[in-house]
Write a protein of this length. Structure first.
Length: 167
């Protein structure tokens, strides 16, 4: 490199990237931080990770409390191998059962068990209270509403069920 050329540092590159990159970086950090905190609380209080909780919640809202494993993976934004790993732990705990499709042996279902429904119900109130407290400690009601409305505009967010509690 010649003496007249300059190198760009990471902080300079970040500053030059603009507000979209800054917003994206903060969104990732906020997601990681809040997910870590909420998952730790769920684990301590109910022996569920946030991914376990979301899985039980999705299954609780499905017809007959069951979904094809591939559909569950799609709704949770997981790969087939990711859903397999997640469901193994829930099955071992008796919260989810694996069911075969009688008409197509290639298809398997994940079904929420009664124990899974009970655990979800027990966890829902405290989880919703934790989410509410986390947001209300840092944002006004108007800011929370604006944030939700803004995030709805991003791909993959709109048309999803917004409630975090068991029905």
């Amino acid at each position: 490199m010649s003496p007249t050329q300059t190198t760009t540092t990471r902080s300079e590159a970040s500053q030059d990237a603009g507000p979209a990159v800054r917003a994206f970086a903060r969104l990732l950090r906020a997601h990681a931080s809040t997910t870590r905190q909420l998952s730790a609380e769920l684990l301590e209080q109910h022996e569920l990770t946030i991914n376990d909780y979301e899985t039980l919640l999705v299954l609780s809202r499905a017809d007959d409390r069951r979904l094809k494993r591939i559909e569950l993976a799609r709704q949770l934004l997981l790969t087939p191998s990711g859903i397999t790993r997640l469901l193994e732990g829930l099955q071992d705990a008796g919260l989810v059962a694996r069911e075969a499709c009688p008409s197509d042996l290639r298809v398997t279902y994940a079904r929420l068990t009664d124990a899974g429904a009970e655990r979800l119900q027990a966890a829902s109130n405290s989880h919703i209270a934790s989410i509410t407290a986390l947001f209300e400690d840092h944002l006004s009601e108007t800011e929370i509403t604006a944030l939700a409305n803004t995030l709805d505009k991003l791909p993959g967010v709109a048309n999803t069920n917004h409630a975090c509690g068991a029905d």
